[in-house]
Design a protein around this ligand. Structure first.
Ligand SMILES: [Zn+2]
Length: 233
C-alpha cells in the first residue's frame, strides 16, 4: 500500500504540473498580436484610400496645368495683338485691354488653384510615406509576436507531452480501485492526496489522531476532516 500511495502522490504532482501548463498556455498574451493585426489591416486600407485620392488629385492638377498652358498661350496672342497691332480703333483696343485683364485674372486664379492642389498632393504623399513606415514597423512587430507565441506554445506542448506520458505510466501502475477513489475525490477536491507530517494533514492542516497514523497494510486512510487520502510517511 505504501508503494501504491507513493505512486498516487507522484501522479497527483504530475497532474498538478499538467494543470499549470494548461493555465500558462491559456494566459499567453495573444491579444496584443491580434490588436496589431487589426491595426495593420486598418492602416493598409487607409494607405490604399490615400493613394487613390492622390492619384485623383494629380489628375485634376494635370488638367488644371494644361488649362493654364492654354490660357497663357491665349494671353500671349492677345498681348501680341495689343502691342504690335496699333492700327486698330480705340474701341477695339479698349475691348482687347478688358479681355487681357480678365484673362490675367483668370490665369492668376488658376495658378492659385494649381498651387493649392500641388500643396495638398505633397501633404498626402507625406502622409502615405509616414503610414507606410508605420505599417512596416507594425508588420515586423506582428511577425516577432507571432513567432514568440508559436515558440512558447511549442515549448509548453513539449513539456505537456512528457508529463502526459508520465501520467499514463503512473496510472497503469496504480491499483484500479485506488485510482478510482483518487479520481472520484479529485472531482470534488484539489490535491486529493495529503501527506501527514508531524501528525498534521497537509491538506487541511488539522491533527490526525495517532491511531490513524499507524499504517495498516492494504488499508487506505482518509482525513476525518477534509476527506483526503492520507499518505503516511
Ligand atoms: Zn485533512
Amino acid at each position: 500500500m505504501r508503494e501504491q500511495l507513493e505512486l498516487l502522490w507522484q501522479l497527483q504532482a504530475v497532474e498538478e504540473q499538467i494543470r499549470a501548463i494548461v493555465r500558462r498556455r491559456e494566459s499567453i498574451k495573444a491579444d496584443e498580436v491580434r490588436q496589431l493585426w487589426h491595426e495593420i489591416q486598418l492602416l493598409s486600407q487607409n494607405i490604399i484610400a490615400d493613394k487613390e485620392k492622390l492619384e485623383c488629385q494629380r489628375r485634376v492638377c494635370a488638367a488644371l496645368e494644361s488649362d493654364l498652358t492654354k490660357l497663357t498661350r491665349q494671353l500671349r496672342l492677345l498681348e501680341e495683338r495689343l502691342y504690335k497691332n496699333s492700327s486698330g480703333s480705340v474701341r477695339e483696343l479698349e475691348q482687347l485691354r478688358i479681355k487681357h485683364e480678365s484673362l490675367q485674372r483668370e490665369i492668376h486664379d488658376r495658378e492659385e488653384e494649381v498651387f493649392r492642389f500641388l500643396e495638398s498632393c505633397e501633404q498626402l504623399a507625406d502622409r502615405i510615406a509616414n503610414q507606410e513606415t508605420a505599417l512596416q514597423d507594425k508588420k515586423q512587430r506582428h511577425g516577432i509576436g507571432q513567432r514568440k507565441i508559436a515558440e512558447a506554445i511549442a515549448a509548453l506542448e513539449g513539456e505537456e507531452r512528457v508529463l502526459r506520458e508520465q501520467q499514463k505510466s503512473l496510472r497503469c501502475r496504480i491499483d484500479p480501485g485506488l485510482l478510482a477513489t483518487y479520481q472520484a475525490l479529485n472531482a470534488k477536491l484539489a490535491m486529493p492526496v495529503a501527506k501527514v507530517s508531524q501528525g498534521v494533514c497537509s491538506g487541511c492542516r488539522r491533527s490526525i489522531p495517532t491511531c490513524q497514523t499507524r499504517t495498516r497494510p492494504g488499508e487506505i486512510q482518509f482525513c476525518d476532516n477534509c476527506g483526503r487520502i492520507l499518505f503516511l510517511k
